[in-house]
Design a protein around this ligand. Structure first.
Ligand SMILES: NC(=O)c1ccc[n+]([C@@H]2O[C@H](COP(=O)([O-])OP(=O)(O)OC[C@H]3O[C@@H](n4cnc5c(N)ncnc54)[C@H](OP(=O)(O)O)[C@@H]3O)[C@@H](O)[C@H]2O)c1
Length: 327
């Protein structure tokens, strides 16, 4: 049986209060909380207002989250910034206690575009710096959405510029496959601290996760619930939230199946990014640090893998550097 202290030591974490996520140390020495609030609105209901993001960021900080994930393309950086400002004004936290991640969109991949793009994000967020800035996809697009031929190695030079100018503490990537990560590391001065990719029970990404972890690149897991939560696709693969394997674990640990899925990711050394705009579910999604799954239970959930993506940008299949040809 693994002890909590052993698990945290294994992944370089320090122990924290029940509703506050511990931190991992990134390869540049900065520390990152192991649960982030997702603010991407791809899964928001059609009736939802964008201001719900401001409210959910505030509720999240109140519930103990110290890591917020946003992106230029979510068009919610102003609301994220307002939620943060409200929390700071009400003395829930200081800026230094928060870890804010944002991302560069595909049409700003030329080196000279990167720093201005980050400055624009910072202006919207109302912040002087972010903690982590990611290349959202290795794919470059023109402003009209047609493919562009900018190499992500050039983009990375712009990311290094942004870091050097103190606009971001750390830099990383998102949606890079293993070959792209290797090529980036072999041809740059600064190693990415993070690769943010989709990981959940139907897309377990074991090879990519191990590869990144061996290179000291932490993996953030987006769409962490996979198809366990309601998705529009009626043909979505199992498991759903009522799956007997997940329900069995939920009963054993007196948690919800959503908490089991998040804990499964944490027990693999990943940093899940659950999105919710519901106060109770926001709190539930960080109430994860008074239990852990056994190695066998993690393996059992790995067996659901079907290499099926929630986020599958098929329109970009013919674009240079499309990443999802390999897992
Ligand atoms: N880097 C990238 O390319 C990329 C791509 C996609 C996403 N992301 C990031 O990852 C975040 C999460 O991904 P996602 O939004 O696709 O998926 P997700 O977090 O796996 O799922 C969100 C859905 O789950 C529901 N939910 C949340 N907590 C729940 C709980 N405890 N029980 C039952 N249902 C629950 C939410 O509804 P309610 O809001 O009603 O609770 C929402 O419908 C995004 O917000 C974004 O920040 C990054």
């Amino acid at each position: 049986m693994w002890s909590l202290a052993y698990i945290f030591t294994l992944f370089g974490m320090s122990l924290a209060a029940a509703s506050q996520a511990p931190c991992i140390e990134l390869n540049d020495g900065n520390k990152m909380p192991v649960v982030a609030l997702g603010t991407g609105r791809g899964t928001a209901s059609e009736s939802a207002s964008v201001d719900e993001v401001r409210q959910s960021v505030y509720w999240a900080i109140e519930a103990g989250y110290r890591h917020i994930d946003t992106a230029a393309i979510y068009f919610d950086e102003p609301q994220v910034g307002q939620g943060i400002a409200d929390a700071i004004a009400n003395k829930l936290v200081t800026r230094e206690q928060l870890f804010v991640t944002t991302k560069l969109w595909n049409d700003k991949h030329r080196r000279e575009q990167v720093v201005p793009a980050l400055k624009e994000s910072l202006g919207k967020l109302g912040l002087d710096y972010v903690d982590l800035f990611l290349i959202h996809f290795p794919v470059a697009e023109k402003e009209d959405g047609s493919p562009d031929d900018v190499d992500y190695l050039e983009t990375w030079q712009g990311m290094e510029d942004a870091r050097q100018q103190g606009l971001t503490r750390s830099i990383g990537v998102s949606n890079f496959n293993a070959t792209q990560i290797d090529r980036l590391i072999a041809n740059s001065n600064v190693r990415p601290v993070v690769n943010e990719v989709e990981v959940n029970p139907t897309l377990t990404q074991e090879a990519l996760v191990s590869h990144c972890q061996e290179l000291g690149v932490a993996v953030m897991a987006y769409s962490p619930f996979g198809f366990t939560v309601s998705r529009k696709n009626p043909d979505a693969p199992p498991p759903r939230s009522d799956d007997p394997v997940l329900v069995g674990m939920a009963n054993k640990y007196k948690k919800s199946t959503s908490q089991i899925v998040l804990r499964y990711l944490i027990d693999r050394g990943l940093v899940p990014i659950p999105k919710s705009t519901n106060k109770n579910r926001i709190a539930q999604n960080i109430d994860l640090f008074d239990f852990y799954l056994t190695k066998e239970e993690v393996e059992l959930i790995n067996r659901f893998n079907k290499n099926i993506r929630v986020i599958d940008p098929v329109d970009w299949k013919d674009y240079p550097n499309y990443p999802f040809w390999e897992y």
